[in-house]
Every structure is written in structure tokens, then in C-alpha cells.
Design a binder for this molecule. Structure first.
Ligand code: GDP
Length: 532
């Protein structure tokens, strides 16, 4: 191991790269802010060899962002806590939920599953959890909004165990039902309760103070006893934190709190430092793995094109997987074997970009003007590496694309091919139509907005999109294809071909898919990755 290998390994050891997976409105933004406030946002403070950023550039980043009033920039927040560097990668949700949301999970080592105490598991959380499970990403659970009436804590534990076949192991447990929070118990310090009081000066962030259990018993006896009994019950049931079970995706340590009042946030932050794994060896396509102390390698997990014609640059988000990344170094793009210059490497902090000079395993770097880079690309220095390709995810939205102006069909084909290659949407070819009317498939409808904007702005070929009434895709075989063509359930675009020749069966919903399966038991229908 070289000395730079040692250096990379020691920096990797103190990094935690994670994402928050949740359904919109569960409190992801609130929690992110609370975490960053609690910790020390180092990119902002410039402690990471940062130079003054090109402020203002970000403001014209994607016209669409302004038009829609939503943030489509997958931001990376970097902050320090107890000697560790935490990289929090944003997972866009709601209207901007897209394939990129899933891809972010290819770049993290751990996920925090944020649950609304009143709602429990919700659709988007389920989808993102599926991806975590598939990729073997360990999950920490944070039950939020305990300051508001909600479900029973034990009931929520049951739901997680039943639905996800994941053992919830409380590390922090609430005293008092949702809406009547008295404090929290850290199960590692039983007999003590953490009490939260409003900070002086009118701030609504609560101050945490430990109170001996004895006093807690005197003041809030019923709630305290209930919490202790519940914890006993769970302990008897084997719900005790087990690091190995957590890291292998069989158990999830559970925390409770209220992000809005800063309750339980410090405990979560500590858990990310103490329990979440640091960057480790990354699997290679050829088998084996690239250790963090190997020469530099990185994975491009997202490419974002600027919609603004005046700033038609492209930023590739790369996670450093091994070694040390230094701005200005020339790296090799594995897919082409060609060199790629990294003069304009940035750290991307919310809306702001600033130069980054050095980055370590687990860190994310934004490579500007990265027209040559694609989602799933491996970059490396010295010693060749290729990471497995980025999986495609089960699309849920489908639309037929046609050129608005038939005289521009050449530009149309070129544009669609480019967007397909970049992974902006999945392009399916129907037996019934040629490549003048491909079926575009997406995980979220916003991907279609990107297609529309880029086809008009970048390829001078405005498109017309016709939404198809399908929301479920299954991989099938020849027998399935034949059965589908015979069946009356789905007509027209029922059967399409994805670019790698796999045959896809499209259904309006899972009930239709179910009745098709019953009618044609010989037809094979496979769940695609992340399909639910
Ligand atoms: P996101 O969509 O997941 O990013 O959710 P937000 O952070 O925007 O929060 C959604 C709503 O829930 C906002 O009105 C927040 O103020 C509120 N909220 C977030 N955390 C808490 C909490 O701990 N307690 C309560 N009562 N409200 C919260």
C-alpha cells in the first residue's frame, strides 16, 4: 500500500455517505436542515480546501427549475460531526421523482429511512427501500413528527417487520405517545431519560438534557413505565441492535424524534457516525473489488444537462470510490479508454457550486462540461477499473414520442438516441411502430419534461408526447409475448422491446397484470429491479 493509499484509507474511514429515503412531506427537508445545523456544514464554511464559488451560475441552472418552482438539482450536503465527514446526497422526490432518485442510491453506503409517525410506510419509501435492499444498503430508521398525534410506536415496528421483513431494533424509544412526547430513552443508557425543552430566546429548537430515570419516574410515571415495558417486550422478542444484522440488511436500528424541534436529531447524527459504514471496497464488473486504498476511481451516478441555451453545460456527479481525487488530474473514462480532464471539478452544495481541489472515497464531485460522460461511467487513474453498469429501474410512465415537425425527423432520431444513451429516459421500441414513434419510459413524469425541453432546445426538434395508459412493466419471454398479443387485456402498445432486446409487457395496473397471469399461467412475468 502506497502512502497515498494510506491517506485515502484514513480519509475514507472517517466518511459517511448517505441519503434520506422518504415519502414527500415526511420531513426530509426539515431533517436535512436540522442535521446540517447540528453538525457543521463544512462546504459552506469553506473548510474543505474550497475556493470562492462561482455564485450566480447556479441560479440559471436549468430553466425548468424556475418554471416549475421545484429543485431538480441533486444537491450534496457535506458536514462534519465528531471528526467524521458526512456526505448527504439528496434524493429528489414528489414531482421530481425520477430515475435519478434511484441512481443516487448507487452512490451511498447507508440510507436513513424517514417515516411520518402518523402515516407509517408510504409508497415512495417502499420503492426506495426496495432499491436499498436490492443493492444491500443498510438502513437506519427515523420515526419523525413524534410531537404530533400519530400511530403507536409498537404498531409502527410491526409494520416495518411485516412489510419489509426487516427487524426493527430500537436504539431510541419515545416516552409518551405521539403528540405527547415527554422525552426519549437511549436504550444504551437505560434508566435515563432525555428531556427536551424550548431554547431560550424564543427559538423553537429544543435543548436536550439528560434526566435521571428516578426523576422521570416521579414526574411522568405512566409514560415512563409504558416506554420501559415496551422496550422490555421488544428485547424479549430479540429486537436488540446487532451491527452485523444491520450491515447485512436484516435489521434496522430505529430512532424517534421531531426534526422540526430538533428532538432526537443529535442521536441520529451520532448513529450515522457510530453505526453507518464508511466507504468500503467496491465490486468490479470483472469480479473482485476495488479497495478504497487503490488508485483513484469514481462512479458517475447522475448527469444533469443545463436547459439554458446560453449555458449549455453538463454536469456529471461522480462519487469517489477509491484513492484521492485532485482537481486537474487527468483520469481515464473506462467506457472509451479516453482521457478526461478534471480542471472544472466542483463541489455542489445546494444551489451553489464551488471549486473542489481534493476529494476522498465517499465524496461527490461535480464535473462540469462533462459532455463525454454517461450515467454509470467509471473513471480511474493508474490502474484500470470498471464498475458494473447502472441498473435500469422499473418504469411507471410511458409515452409515445413523435417529432412535431416531420421534416426534422433526422434530428428527432439523433436527439432521442442521445437522451437514451444519457439515461434521461428509457427508450422502448414497439413492434407496431418504427423508430419514428418510440415509446419513452420513465420512473417519474418529470423525465418527460426534460425530454421535451431538451429536444426543442438542444436538438431543434420539438416533440409531441402522447401519454399511454400504462403504469406497470414486467419483463416477459416469447410465450408471454404471444399470450399478451392474443389477450384482449392490453392493446396497441402492449408489448414493446427495450433496447437490450428484453421484451416488456406493459399493464395499466397490478390488477390487470394479475388477471393476465391467472389467464396465462405459462407466460413468464418478471419483476424488474425496483418494481413493487
Ligand atoms: P419533505 O417533503 O419530506 O421535505 O418534508 P418537509 O421537511 O418539507 O416537511 C413537511 C411538513 O412537515 C412541513 O410543514 C414541516 O414543517 C412539517 N414537519 C417536518 N418535521 C416535522 C416534525 O418533526 N414535527 C411536525 N409537527 N412537523 C414537521
Amino acid at each position: 500500500m502506497s502512502s497515498s493509499g494510506d491517506w485515502a484509507a484514513s480519509e475514507a474511514a472517517r466518511r459517511r455517505t448517505f441519503a434520506v429515503i422518504s415519502h414527500p412531506d415526511a420531513g426530509k427537508s426539515t431533517l436535512t436542515e436540522a442535521l446540517a445545523l447540528h453538525a457543521q456544514a463544512i462546504t459552506e464554511a469553506g473548510a474543505v480546501h474550497g475556493k470562492a464559488g462561482r455564485r450566480g451560475v447556479a441560479s440559471d441552472w436549468m430553466e425548468m427549475e424556475k418554471a416549475r418552482g421545484i429543485s431538480v438539482t441533486s444537491a450534496v450536503l457535506q458536514f462534519a460531526h465528531r471528526g467524521c465527514v458526512l456526505n448527504l446526497l439528496d434524493t429528489p422526490g414528489h414531482a421530481d421523482f425520477s430515475e435519478d432518485t434511484y441512481r443516487v442510491l448507487a452512490a451511498v453506503d447507508c440510507a436513513v429511512m424517514l417515516i411520518d409517525a402518523a402515516k407509517g410506510l408510504e409508497e415512495q419509501t417502499r420503492k426506495l427501500f426496495d432499491v436499498c435492499r436490492h443493492r444491500g444498503i443498510p438502513v437506519i430508521t427515523f420515526v419523525n413528527k413524534w410531537d404530533r398525534p400519530g400511530r403507536e410506536a409498537l404498531e409502527l415496528m410491526d409494520e416495518i417487520e411485516r412489510e419489509f421483513r426487516l427487524k426493527p431494533t430500537p436504539v431510541v424509544w419515545p416516552i409518551g405517545d405521539a403528540g405527547y412526547l415527554r422525552g426519549l430513552i437511549d436504550v444504551r443508557q437505560p434508566g435515563q431519560m432525555l428531556r427536551y425543552t424550548r431554547a431560550p430566546g424564543g427559538a423553537h429548537k429544543a435543548v436536550e438534557a439528560p434526566v435521571p430515570g428516578q426523576r422521570a419516574v416521579l414526574e411522568d410515571e405512566a409514560d415512563w413505565s409504558k416506554a420501559v415495558e415496551e422496550l422490555d417486550l421488544l428485547r424479549v422478542d430479540g429486537a436488540v441492535h446487532d451491527q452485523e444484522a444491520f450491515l447485512t440488511g436484516r435489521a434496522t436500528p430505529v430512532f424517534f424524534g421531531a426534526a422540526i424541534s430538533n428532538i432526537g436529531v443529535r442521536l441520529l447524527l451520532d448513529a450515522i457516525v457510530d453505526l453507518a459504514p464508511p466507504p468500503g471496497p467496491r465490486e468490479l464488473e470483472s469480479g473482485g473489488a476495488r479497495p478504497v486504498d487503490a488508485p483513484f476511481s469514481g462512479l458517475v451516478f447522475k448527469v444533469q444537462a443545463n436547459m439554458d441555451p446560453a449555458h449549455r453545460d453538463r454536469i456529471a456527479f461522480m462519487r469517489v470510490c477509491s484513492g484521492i481525487f485532485e482537481r486537474g488530474m487527468t483520469v481515464t473514462r473506462a467506457a472509451s479508454g479516453k482521457p478526461f480532464a478534471t480542471k472544472y471539478a466542483h463541489s455542489v452544495f445546494g444551489q451553489d457550486r464551488s471549486m473542489v481541489d481534493i476529494a476522498y472515497p465517499g465524496d461527490v464531485v461535480g464535473l462540469v462540461n462533462a459532455t463525454a460522460l454517461r450515467v454509470g461511467d467509471t473513471l480511474y487513474a493508474e490502474q484500470a477499473a470498471v464498475f458494473p453498469p447502472m441498473p435500469t429501474f422499473a418504469p411507471e410512465y410511458f409515452a409515445v414520442a413523435r417529432p412535431a415537425d416531420l421534416s426534422r425527423s433526422k434530428q428527432f432520431r439523433r436527439g432521442i438516441a442521445q437522451l437514451d444513451e444519457e439515461g434521461v429516459v428509457q427508450v422502448l421500441v414497439s413492434d407496431l411502430r418504427g423508430d419514428q414513434a418510440p415509446v419513452l419510459a420513465a420512473v417519474g413524469p418529470m423525465q418527460f419534461d426534460v425530454v421535451t425541453a431538451r429536444m426543442a432546445g438542444e436538438f431543434s426538434s420539438p416533440v409531441k408526447l402522447e401519454m399511454l395508459p400504462y403504469h406497470l412493466a414486467r419483463a416477459t419471454d416469447t410465450a408471454g409475448a404471444e399470450a399478451l398479443n392474443r389477450s384482449r387485456i392490453v392493446q396497441g402498445e402492449a408489448l414493446t422491446r427495450i433496447r437490450d432486446k428484453a421484451q416488456l409487457a406493459l399493464f395499466p395496473d397490478r390488477w390487470q397484470a394479475g388477471s393476465f397471469e391467472r389467464e396465462f399461467p405459462e407466460a413468464r412475468l418478471d419483476h424488474l429491479i425496483a418494481a413493487h
